[in-house]
Design a protein around this ligand. Structure first.
Ligand SMILES: [Zn+2]
Length: 441
C-alpha cells in the first residue's frame, strides 16, 4: 500500500518546492492585484515584480479575520460569486460568520488535501472511513468526506451526534478509520467501554477542529487499543475555513509530535503576534498562512491566531513538507513577562512532565514593579517523597528558564492547595498588584 496519496508533491526536494512556491506566489499576487476592489486596495503600493520567492512574503500585508468580516459576505473574494460551486462558513463565535467560496478546482484541491491527510494518518483505499465531523456549513464533515471518497475508501457520512447509532455503525460496518473531534472520539470510547461493546476494529483516528494535548493522545490510543485489542494511532489534522478547511496540515503515523504543512499550496510563517516580525527560528509564535493556489477566496498572510513553531529536520515518513509543532494555544492567551511572550501551555508542558509535581498549577503575574514578573505556583505530587521542595523548585526554575527564555520564580505547595475551577475552563492566570496574595485561601 502506498504510504502517500501524491508522491511527487509530498516528497518533492525542498529546493524544487521553494521554486514552485515562488512561482505560484508571483502568479497569485499578479492575479489578485486586478481581482476585486478589496484586493486592489490591499496590494496598492506593493511592487508585484519584487514578489518572486517566499522570502518576499514580508512585502505583502497581513490579512485578519476582521478584514474578511468587514467585507461580508463576498467582498473578500478574488472572483465573482458566480465562479463558486460551494459555500462554507466559519463559526462566527463573535457574531459575523466568514463566508468562504470554492470553485470547482478549489473543491477538487480540498478533496486532494484531505486524501493526503487520511493517508498520512494511516488510511488506505481498502478502508472504511467513518466521518463523524459535522456536515454542513462547517468544513470538517464535507472536507474529510470528499477526501475519503477521492482516496477510494468506503466513506460513512455519519456526521455528529447520536453516539448509540455511531457505535453501532462503527461495529457493523467495520470502520478502520475514525475522523472526528478528539472530545467526541473520547466520548465514543467511554460509552463503548461502559456498554461493553465488542467488535470494534478501528486502527486510526484523524482528530482535529479543537486543540488537544499529548496526554489526550495517550488516553485516546489506550482507550481504543483496549476496545479493539490491537494498536490504534491518534493523529492531529489542522485547518481553518478561511484557508480551506481541514487538510492544511497533518501529523503522520511515523512522526507524531509535528504536522506536515501541505506547503505546495499553503506557505506557513511564524510571527511575533505583537510586532508581526518573524519569530526566531524554532520559537513559538502566531501561525500565518498564505494560500498559493486557491481560486475563489485566496488569503495572503492570514493571521490564524494559533500558536505553534516551525520544526526542522526530516520526518521518518519521507515527506519533505515543512513541519510545525502541535498547537500550543491561541494568541489571545499569551502573557508578556519582562518583554518576552510567554504561552501558558508551554509552562504546563514543563510542569506536567516533572514526576515530583501534581497536575494543579497557577500563574501569578506580579505587577508590583515596572517590569512584570512571573511566579509559577505548583503542587507537589507527594510531599512525603519530597519533604524539602527546594531541589524541585530549583530544577523546575531551570527547566522553565530554558524553555521560556525568561526568568521565573517557582513555588511548590501541598497537593490540593491551589484553587480549582468547578465549571468551564480552568482559571490559571492571576494578577498581583499589591501585597495581597491573589491565591491566598
Ligand atoms: Zn511524516
Amino acid at each position: 500500500v502506498a504510504p502517500w496519496f501524491d508522491r511527487a508533491a509530498e516528497t518533492m526536494p525542498v529546493a524544487e518546492r521553494r521554486r514552485l512556491q515562488g512561482h505560484r506566489l508571483h502568479q497569485l499576487v499578479e492575479r489578485l492585484a486586478g481581482a476585486s476592489p478589496f484586493w486592489r486596495d490591499r496590494l496598492a503600493g506593493v511592487e508585484l515584480d519584487r514578489v518572486r520567492t517566499v522570502d518576499d512574503l514580508g512585502r505583502l500585508p497581513f490579512t485578519t479575520k476582521d478584514d474578511l468580516r468587514a467585507h461580508y459576505p463576498y467582498g473578500g473574494w478574488a472572483m465573482p460569486r458566480e465562479a463558486a460551486v460551494r459555500i462554507h462558513a466559519s463559526s462566527g463565535t463573535s457574531g459575523q460568520p466568514t463566508i468562504v467560496g470554492y470553485t470547482r478546482a478549489d473543491v477538487r484541491l480540498f478533496a486532494e488535501l484531505n486524501a493526503r491527510a487520511l493517508v498520512c494518518a494511516g488510511a488506505t483505499p481498502a478502508d472504511v472511513v467513518h466521518v463523524a465531523y459535522g456536515y454542513g456549513l462547517f468544513t470538517g464533515g464535507l472536507g474529510l468526506h470528499y477526501g475519503s471518497e477521492l482516496l477510494g475508501a468506503t466513506t460513512v457520512p455519519a456526521s455528529g451526534g447520536n453516539s448509540t447509532l455511531q457505535l453501532r455503525l462503527l461495529v457493523d460496518l467495520g470502520a478502520d478509520v475514525l475522523a472526528c473531534t478528539p472530545s467526541f472520539a473520547m466520548l465514543l470510547a467511554e460509552r463503548a467501554a461502559a456498554e461493553g461493546i465488542t467488535g470494534l476494529r478501528l486502527r486510526h483516528g484523524v482528530f482535529g477542529a479543537e486543540p488537544w494535548s499529548e496526554s489526550m493522545r495517550t488516553k485516546l490510543e489506550q482507550a481504543y487499543s483496549s476496545l479493539t485489542g490491537r494498536p490504534f494511532t491518534a493523529r492531529d489534522i489542522y485547518g481553518l475555513s478561511e484557508v480551506i478547511g481541514p487538510g492544511v496540515a497533518m501529523e503522520c503515523v511515523a512522526g507524531p509530535g509535528a504536522l506536515h504543512v501541505f506547503d505546495d499550496h499553503f506557505v506557513p510563517e511564524i510571527v511575533d503576534p505583537l510586532t508581526g516580525s518573524p519569530a526566531q527560528p524554532g520559537d513559538a509564535g502566531e501561525l500565518v498562512l498564505t494560500t498559493l493556489t486557491k481560486q475563489a477566496m485566496p488569503v495572503v498572510r492570514y493571521r490564524t491566531g494559533d500558536v505553534t513553531r516551525l520544526v526542522d529536520g526530516p520526518c521518518p515518513c519521507g515527506r519533505t513538507h515543512q513541519r510545525i509543532g502541535r498547537f500550543e494555544g491561541r494568541v489571545d492567551d499569551m502573557l508578556i513577562v519582562r518583554g518576552v511572550n510567554v504561552f501558558p501551555a508551554a509552562i504546563e508542558q514543563e510542569l506536567l512532565a516533572d514526576p515530583d509535581l501534581g497536575a494543579g498549577y497557577a500563574l501569578v503575574l506580579d505587577r508590583r514593579e515596572t517590569l512584570t514578573r512571573l511566579e509559577v505556583r505548583c503542587e507537589l505530587a507527594d510531599p512525603a517523597r519530597t519533604p524539602d521542595p527546594r531541589p524541585v523548585e530549583d530544577r523546575v526554575t531551570r527547566r522553565l528558564a530554558s524553555a521560556l527564555r525568561v526568568g521565573v520564580t517557582v513555588r511548590c505547595q501541598p497537593p490540593g492547595s491551589l484553587p480549582r475551577t468547578e465549571t468551564g475552563k480552568a482559571r490559571r492566570v492571576f494578577v498581583r498588584v499589591d501585597d495581597t496574595d491573589p491565591l491566598a485561601p
